[in-house]
Write a protein that binds this ligand. Sequence first.
Ligand code: ZN
Length: 335
Amino acid sequence: MLKIDMHTHIIPKHMPNWTEKFGYGKFIHLVHNEDKTADMMQGGQFFRRIKENCWNEEMRIQEYAQFDTQVQVVCTIPVMFSYWAKTEDCLALSEFLNDHIAELVSKYPKNYIGLATIPMQDTEAAIQELERAKNIGLVGIQIGSNINDENLSEDKYFPIFEACERLGMAVMIHPWQMMGFDSMKKYWLPWLVGMPAETSRAACSMIFGGVLERLPNLRICFSHAGGSFLPTLGRIEHGFNCRPDLVAVDNPINPREYIGKFWVDSITHDIDALKYILNMQGSKRVCLGSDYPFPLGDLEIGKFIEDSDLSEETIEDIFCHSTLEWLNLKKEMFL
Ligand SMILES: [Zn+2]
């Protein structure tokens, strides 16, 4: 069975020190250690230690082979988005990261599929890089759940989504710059509580703001099984019904109508939660994802799904058909 992991992160082994190059800001650069790990430095400050499988393309293919997974959809690490930077600098950084992924994809077309990053803070530059990304062989973009704390329903982002629909570029929404980050640092809460809420914020904004309504052919996937969006849909729908004056101000359609019209990944770490998501979305709208190579990810690449009592047909939808449809790719390309 073809297995495609559609949610994995990668970073080039060598990058300029952007903070020095641009003369400001807290851009990420890598300091490599003797034990083959590297420290991600944010400006001059330590951010996170990462392992070789964050950049070593051969090692990644071998690690994936242990879990019978042939294909990885790769995108950058969200902290690289740098939407806070000057447009021209974020554009240069995005081009660098996208060129790296495009090169990887052309070198290993049966093992890697690429998603781009674009400078969302500037509509024109974002569309320019989106078009270029398509031309160099990337099939979609990964963007943050908010852009400098603004919701994705803001008018200025609409032309970008419109361009994605027109160009047939898929969109993956990934939580980042989590709400409440500074006030709940203890217990890893930004990752455990903030991330699922961020994804729900993105889904609610795009639905209530009418983005999904106006762009029915836009192919969107929300990370981490849609975060808290699907598990709290009852509450969200009830809010829509009882306070339309607050909720239904830009789109009169019930949010439940959009279930099954977007994709989510399978990163739940809980088979019952996954079954709940499958019940709502249908198996053709749930994709195998892992968040490899990070510790919060499903680092056995869907083993909990293989070990479950789900039908082979359902598992095959999750493992490849859903992702192929989301990215508009053919199975034969990977066989
Ligand atoms: Zn991720």
